[in-house]
Design a binder for this molecule. Structure first.
Ligand SMILES: *Cc1c(COP(=O)(O)O)cnc(C)c1O
Length: 413
């Protein structure tokens, strides 16, 4: 590749069909935000919506708002909108709980659907909560199912007749590596196993076609690429064909066929609502809806195209300008198997990231040595990538990373 210039990046911004979306977000002045894969940014409309929900719906409407502001239907209403982003049908997705809790509910339900099978399969190095929740389920069921892990290139071979459920994160949180959802799902179905996809780093970041892939279950996160706000509720997907038999363990009143009949005996709702447990976090879910609406108004093909181009250019810049400083590239160079982030490795990764953040260029660090840069095409510009690498060049060249203040560990990296 010929030597890149900042002007080329500025020209790409001028031609960018998604450029108009940036103005819908409230980015702090002078910041470059490459961490939307961890916590998305604030949509301007979310501020208005927060005021409306708190002052009017809660403040004035009080309990009447369960009906008058349609709070009661939020899980399904926002779920249907998310369904459109992940290739699911209306009635297959609800917003509820956290991603971790949704995993527990669905993994437990899946095990029930495959009695006699003893294996839960995942990959080593999956997102910690995914492994922890499966370990918790294993302990809870007294070893009736055992968690096994197989490296990603051995997953297909590890799916066998004893496998009840395969749980994988579609786009890996650290490396950004992406599984072939259709191929793995097809292999699982061949031997009668089920598959649960964690879409935390996929929804709003890459095209997802759950029903086309024949997926059984999925879960995902509201506060990453969907820009739902810190601690926004997660979502879950159950394919229509599994819903009538689905028995999930957290059988709370919101999952009841007729919650307000107040009967003693639990009777699951007929459809996807049976996956609900308790009262919807109304404020959080209302703000999530704002982020989902923005995402739904953008063309995913354009998002993917820009995200891939950003990945290519970022890798090219790192290779051209940061050679000799000890960086490695942990993400695949093959765009077909890369999500919307590029991860670098460096022995001094933590301190380097702190030095970058001190310049208001925000990515994150994942132990032991990964620097993650997330690309969120709706609000990140091409010149931001240039400026980020330029800052890295300076930080390395002048030894800025080596200051003591950049070595202090923070509670959250
Ligand atoms: C972010 C993330 C989660 C988050 O789970 P919470 O219950 O919201 O804390 C789960 N799984 C993956 C793969 C993630 O990236």
């Amino acid at each position: 590749m010929t030597t890149l210039t900042r002007e080329q990046f500025a020209e790409l911004d001028r031609q960018d069909p998604l450029a108009g979306f940036r103005d819908r977000f409230d980015l702090p002045q002078g910041h470059i935000y490459l961490n939307g894969n961890s916590l998305g940014v604030l949509p301007k409309a979310a501020k208005e919506r927060a005021r409306e929900v708190v002052e009017n719906e809660w403040g004035q409407g009080l309990i009447r708002s369960w009906n008058s502001a349609d709070w009661i239907n939020i899980p399904r209403r926002v779920g249907d909108k998310i369904a459109g982003l992940v290739g699911a049908a209306p009635g297959e997705v609800v917003v509820a709980d956290s991603t971790s809790v949704n995993l527990f509910k669905l993994a437990a339900a899946a095990v029930k659907l495959r009695p006699g099978r003893g294996k839960l399969l995942s990959e080593p190095g999956n997102f910690p909560t995914d492994l922890y929740i499966l370990q918790g389920l294993e302990a809870f069921l007294d070893g009736k199912v055992c968690l096994e892990t197989a490296p990603r290139d051995e997953i297909l071979a590890a799916i066998d007749e004893d496998t009840a459920l395969v749980v994988l994160t579609h786009v890996h949180y650290k490396s950004g590596a992406m599984f072939d959802m259709a191929a793995i799902t097809a292999r699982a179905h061949e031997v009668g196993a089920l598959v649960l996809w964690d879409l935390s780093h996929s929804t709003g970041a890459v095209p997802v076609a759950l029903n086309q892939a024949g997926a059984d279950f999925a879960i995902g996160c509201g506060y990453k690429y969907l820009n739902g706000g810190p601690g926004a509720p997660g979502f879950l997907f159950v394919a229509q064909r599994h819903q009538a038999q689905l028995q999930q363990p957290l059988s709370g009143w919101f999952g009841h066929a007729n919650a307000f009949a107040m009967r003693d005996d639990y009777e699951p709702a007929p459809g996807i609502e049976r996956t609900l447990c308790g009262t919807t976090p109304v404020v959080g879910a209302s703000l999530l809806e704002v982020g989902v609406d923005i995402m739904a108004s953008a063309d995913m093909a354009l998002i993917r195209e820009k995200s891939l181009q950003m990945g290519e250019l970022f890798i090219a810049l790192v290779e051209q300008r940061l050679g000799g400083y000890g960086f490695g590239i942990a993400s695949s160079k093959d765009p077909a198997v890369r999500g919307s982030q590029v991860s670098l490795t460096h022995e001094q990764g933590f301190a380097i990231m702190q030095a970058l953040i001190a310049r208001n260029i925000i990515g994150d660090f994942r132990a032991p040595e990964i620097l993650r840069f997330g690309f969120t095409p709706l609000y990140v510009r091409y010149v931001d990538l240039w400026d980020c690498v330029e800052a890295l060049v300076e930080i390395m060249a002048n030894g800025e990373w080596d200051r003591s203040e950049f070595r202090k560990l923070t509670a959250v990296t």
